[in-house]
Ligand binder design. Structure first.
Ligand SMILES: Cc1cc2nc3c(=O)[nH]c(=O)nc-3n(C[C@H](O)[C@H](O)[C@H](O)COP(=O)(O)OP(=O)(O)OC[C@H]3O[C@@H](n4cnc5c(N)ncnc54)[C@H](O)[C@@H]3O)c2cc1C
Length: 640
């Protein structure tokens, strides 16, 4: 058997010069020839919209697909807190190198150096690009763009637009996309779901989609396929992601041979509104930006039922400030989440069920005044009040960690190309530059870096270096894939069982959260790995999907996505079981330092785990990309 060799294809040379060297050496497609290439982009969030607009501006023909009714509704719109960039406007010691280093360290030394450095380099261009588009970033009194701090950094490098940064950035990208739609260089397909990737002679040459209004299944062919389809956090059922977020596009590409990397690296965000009961289908994030001015604490005494304002200062434990004096309330997400869990496990949690900690603004309000806090976070406080009925200007917010982001995704090389030639993956959908833990405000940066500044180069290089021939959609590969998609839909509709899709999803999510959530151990993971295939079997025997295939049928859409989660969850747990170390968001209880911090095993696990599909009931094959650090010295991660 030939084992696949995973090559990053990062250029040789010092890390700070690799991207410049790439751009100098790359091959170009001349402007007249660009018109001959058709690019399929699935996804219209920050990554997909920025890529589609930029590629069309270059002269390529783009088809862009999304399942929402408008590209503007992609999940990126939900991002609240901000976007990082190494502009050093504050003159507080930031630099490209520092952003690079913070990201590598924040990711617990499990990301590829060359990609992360490139990300830090282009971060500065993103801000210029967005300002030119008119994105209304917050400004200081003097008119310069304002910054705030996010977790895992000691500088202020986060640009923001109140608590709506994602929305404003997406409007900028959407505007650029709309311009190209108007010019006819992008054809937009809203309410259209990709259900398979088509490979011809081993290369990605098209997709199969379902029109979500009419149910029609059709094929689209192109010279390259770009997946910018977001993350898979909803495998846990409850998460801060939009309800529609799913793994289908990347998982079906995985089933066609694309490697899935580090699926177990999931991010649990420390500042979410606590779960209140079984009725919930979604959780709400309170942006990390709040930790700039909010102080996290729990009562020192377990079972303390006094109101927060009645608990005196010396009976409170500001545990992040105590445990991590240099980063305090801005400790990275994985660390802050685990500390909250530990406090609640020790019986110190607050609110109904005791699964909550306080995020208290009293000191900042005293120092800055309520108006200043309202100006910075007003919409977040309003949202909190609408959901909990509590006024956070008067009493502390209650927060608890929740699933938020997925660092894992399809494996890509330096070109953002998967192991399938012609299949590119951007944004949260790829295994990304965040290693085992993403720092706050770095996802928007990565999505826009990929779409505006990286893919336009690497895709051109790909087209110029390889011979292209776009197949017709009459090719047997398309017909076969279409049949496969139809068969699966008909199967889902024909089961007519007793349990709803939602019921199955909730059970799966709870299992994955309990056994592969904030803390994982061998026994629990093995239990999950035994139960998931049984649950999958029950799903395919007993699920009830109403309605027909040839109509608008949200239940059917949901069923297809949950069916994929039923398989994907197993891969996630398998990856978590094999990684016998703790790093970033992956905390294995067996591998911790004496003080409870994550214990990495660099000797044995300093690699990207990339899994190859072998069949629904067969164990996938593990391929490894070694992570070699030339620039940064791997150290024990410390925020103390
Ligand atoms: C509540 C919340 C707040 C956040 N705040 C921040 C923040 O302040 N800063 C930060 O850096 N990050 C933040 N993040 C993370 C960040 O928002 C996301 O990682 C990022 O927006 C993902 O962008 P994307 O373009 O990769 O994917 P998305 O925005 O999720 O877009 C995915 C696109 O793919 C399409 N799609 C998916 N599957 C299919 C399919 N099968 N067929 C057709 N189309 C498909 C969708 O229709 C959509 O257009 C936040 C996340 C959450 C949940």
């Amino acid at each position: 058997m030939i084992t696949m060799k995973l090559e990053s294809k990062a250029p040789m040379g010092p890390v700070g010069q690799k991207w410049s060297k790439y751009k100098q050496d790359m091959k170009l497609v001349n402007p007249a020839n660009k018109r001959k290439f058709d690019v399929i982009v699935v996804g219209s969030g920050l990554a997909g919209a920025s890529a589609s607009a930029s590629l069309a501006e270059l002269g390529y023909n783009v088809k862009c697909f999304c399942f929402q009714d408008s590209p503007r509704r992609a999940h990126s719109i939900a991002a609240q807190g901000g976007i990082n960039a190494a502009k050093n406007y504050r003159n507080d010691g930031d630099s490209v190198y520092r952003l690079f280093y913070d990201t590598i360290k924040g990711g617990d030394f499990r990301a590829r150096e060359a990609n992360v450095h490139r990300l830090a380099e282009v971060s500065v261009n993103i801000i210029d690009q967005c300002v030119a588009q008119g994105v209304p970033f917050a400004r200081e009194y003097g008119g310069l763009l304002d910054n705030r701090s996010f977790g895992g950094a000691q500088v202020s490098r986060t640009f923001y637009a109140r608590g709506q940064t994602g929305q404003q950035l997406l409007l900028g990208a959407y505007q650029a996309l709309s311009r190209q739609i108007g010019l006819g260089t992008v054809k937009m397909y809203p309410r259209t779901e990709m259900l398979d990737v088509v490979l011809v002679n081993g290369e990605a040459k098209g997709i199969i989609v379902r029109d979500l209004i009419t149910g029609e299944i059709s094929s689209h062919s192109g010279d390259a396929v770009v997946l910018a389809t977001g993350g898979y956090g909803n495998v846990f059922y409850l998460s801060t992601n939009a309800i529609g977020c799913n793994v289908t596009a990347t998982f079906r590409a995985y089933k066609k041979g694309a490697l899935f990397a580090n699926p177990c690296y999931t991010q649990i965000h420390p500042t979410c509104i606590p779960v209140t009961g079984d009725h919930q289908s979604k959780l709400t994030l309170m942006s990390e930006s709040l930790r700039n001015d909010g102080r996290v604490w729990v009562p020192k005494k377990s079972g303390d039922t006094r109101l927060p304002q009645d608990i005196p200062e010396d009976e409170r434990d500001y545990y992040l400030e105590r445990k991590y004096p240099s980063y305090g309330n801005l400790a990275p997400r994985d660390i802050a989440s685990r500390a909250a869990k530990e406090a609640c496990d020790n019986g110190l949690g607050v609110g109904p069920g005791g699964r909550g900690v306080y995020l208290d603004f009293a000191a900042s309000i005293k120092r800055l005044g309520e108006d200043k806090i309202r100006e910075r976070y007003g919409n977040l406080f309003d949202m909190y009040e609408r959901i909990t009925g509590e006024n956070a200007y008067k009493r502390p917010m209650r927060i608890y960690p929740a699933v938020h982001y997925t660092m894992g995704g399809l494996w890509v090389d330096y070109n953002l190309m998967s192991n399938i030639p012609g299949l590119f993956v951007l944004g949260e959908a790829n295994f990304s530059d965040h290693g085992a833990n993403r720092l706050g405000a770095s996802a928007l940066m990565q999505g826009l870096a990929d779409g505006y500044f990286v893919l336009p180069y690497t895709l051109s290089n790909h087209f110029a270096s390889t011979k292209q021939n776009k197949p017709s959609t009459d090719a047997p590969e398309f017909k076969e894939a279409e049949e496969g998609v139809k068969e699966r839909i008909n199967k889902l509709l024909s089961i007519k069982g007793k349990r709803t899709v939602n019921d199955f999803h909730r059970e799966l999510g709870k299992l994955v959260w309990d056994k592969c959530g904030m803390a994982r151990n061998e026994a629990g993971l093995k239990e999950a790995l035994e139960r998931i295939p049984q649950l999958r079997e029950e799903f395919w025997e007993d699920v009830n999907v109403l309605g027909d295939a040839e109509e608008l049928n949200p239940a059917l859409e949901r069923a297809g996505r949950v069916a994929d989660f039923m398989e994907f969850a197993e891969l996630l747990c398998l990856d978590a079981l094999h990684r016998k170390e703790s790093c970033g968001g992956h905390f294995r209880e067996e591998y911790q330092e004496e003080d409870g911090e994550a214990k990495r095993d660099d000797e044995n696990f300093s690699y990207v785990a990339a899994w190859e599909y072998k069949g629904v009931d067969d164990t996938p094959e593990l391929h490894k990309e070694s992570l070699v650090y030339e620039e940064v010295k791997m150290t024990q991660r410390s925020y103390k």
